[in-house]
Every structure is written in structure tokens, then in C-alpha cells.
Ligand binder design. Structure first.
Ligand SMILES: C[S@@+](CC[C@H](N)C(=O)[O-])C[C@H]1O[C@@H](n2cnc3c(N)ncnc32)[C@H](O)[C@@H]1O
Length: 219
């Protein structure tokens, strides 16, 4: 009897202990601090609820991460490969309208590019966005200005080409952020490039979902 009671007690202790460890801490909703921010967040929320199918957008948590990194880095020029309908781009703009920066974003699909233009306009960020329609592998070679942050979110096997073409423009202390770093989706050649180059420091975040690689071009 005593043995049985002890066993039940031990099981209860383990279960309650585990639940304390795995209870997730929620960040809560992003809280707007100005009318401009409120308008941008409302458009993001609308896109999240109504436009996701077929748009391959980053999850909300990853969007919030992009905004946070951009604002913390005081980024003035962000380059995004893979605009889709502009969802992640608008998260960048939430930070860029505070830092006084701009976004250059690339999209090969004309219909998604048109939808992105409309979303940038209704979020009121169109003036700080340059959307370039076409194949980013060719188009990025025209970039000449320094870049504070690159976001790779297009053809996965193309990441290594984008890295090789854009890294020389990324300022020391700048970031290269890559989406879909989960081993189910990521290109091993890109992973090797960002984890074996002593000029770079890489960490991986949100790997329980699509996964985000954050790579620092060291000073
Ligand atoms: C995963 S979606 C981007 C999602 C977007 N970053 C977001 O979170 O809202 C990838 C996009 O990259 C575009 N794309 C694929 N290859 C491309 C290329 N070579 N040049 C430009 N855009 C490309 C696709 O048409 C697609 O819209």
C-alpha cells in the first residue's frame, strides 16, 4: 500500500514539475504606440487573417522578430528577397518608419507584386519601399549602396547565390537573416556557408517552426 502511494505521489510530482517547465511564456499582442503604428499593425492583422493562403508568409512570431532586429540595429537599408504580398516587408517597415530607413524588396511573380504594392499603399509605407519585379538573382547585381540587413525568403537553393552577391555590400555589424532554416527545408550548402566562415557568426531561432538563421557580419 505504502509502495503504491509513493509511486502515485512520485508520478504526480514528475507531472506537475514537467508542466511548470513546458508552460510557454506568451509575448502578448504587439501594442501600438502611435496612430501610424496602429494603422500598420491593423493591415498586418488583416493580411494575416485574409491573405495567407498561397502567400507563403512568415509566421506572426517571425514577423515580430524581423521588426525587433531591424529597430534594435537601427537599420537604414533592408534588402528582402521574396516579397510575396508584402507581409514580412510591412513588418520591416514598422521598424523602418522609426529608423528613417528604406526597404528594397524583390518579387518575380507579377500578381503577388501587384498585391504587395496595394498592401504597402494601404499600410501607408509605400514611400519607403522600392519593389523590384523580376528575378532577384539578376536584379541584386545592380545594388551598389551599403546594406544593414538582408532577408532571404525566396528560392531556397538560391540562398547561396544571394549570399555571395550581397555579403560584400553588407556593412560590418550588419545582419543576414534567412527564413526556412529547418533541416526539412534548408539548403545544406547555405547552412555550411554561414556556419563555417570565420567572418560570420550565426544563430538559429524559432526552429520549432520554419526556423530563422540570424547571421552577423562581424566587425
Ligand atoms: C516564401 S515567399 C515570401 C514570403 C514573404 N517574405 C512574406 O513572408 O510575406 C517567396 C517568394 O519569393 C518569390 N521568388 C521566388 N524566386 C524568386 C526570384 N528568383 N526572384 C524574386 N522572387 C522570387 C516567390 O514568387 C514568392 O512570392
Amino acid at each position: 500500500m505504502l509502495k503504491k502511494t509513493l509511486l502515485v505521489f512520485s508520478v504526480l510530482m514528475i507531472v506537475s514539475g514537467c508542466s511548470t517547465i513546458i508552460t510557454p511564456v506568451r509575448a502578448g499582442e504587439p501594442l501600438p504606440s502611435s496612430e501610424e503604428e496602429k494603422k500598420i499593425l491593423a493591415v498586418l492583422d488583416d493580411m494575416d487573417k485574409k491573405q495567407r493562403p498561397g502567400m507563403m508568409n512568415v509566421p506572426v512570431e517571425d514577423g515580430r522578430l524581423l521588426r525587433l532586429l531591424t529597430e534594435a540595429a537601427n537599420a537604414k537599408h533592408v534588402v528582402e528577397i521574396g516579397t510575396s504580398n508584402g507581409y514580412s516587408g510591412i513588418w520591416f517597415c514598422l521598424a523602418l518608419h522609426k529608423t528613417g530607413g528604406t526597404l528594397t524588396t524583390y518579387e518575380i511573380d507579377a500578381a503577388r507584386a501587384a498585391l504587395a504594392r496595394e498592401n504597402f499603399r494601404r499600410a501607408g509605407v509605400d514611400k519607403i519601399v522600392t519593389l523590384i519585379e523580376g528575378d532577384a538573382h539578376e536584379q541584386v547585381t545592380k545594388l551598389k549602396d551599403p546594406i544593414d540587413m538582408v532577408f532571404l525568403d525566396a528560392d531556397k537553393t538560391g540562398y547561396i547565390d544571394y549570399l555571395n552577391k550581397l555579403l560584400p555590400l553588407v556593412r560590418p555589424g550588419g545582419l543576414i537573416i534567412a527564413h526556412n532554416m529547418n533541416p526539412r527545408m534548408a539548403d545544406p550548402i547555405y547552412i555550411k556557408a554561414i556556419t563555417s566562415d570565420p567572418r560570420l557568426e550565426t544563430i538559429f531561432l524559432n526552429m520549432q517552426a520554419a526556423g530563422v538563421g540570424v547571421t552577423l557580419r562581424k566587425r
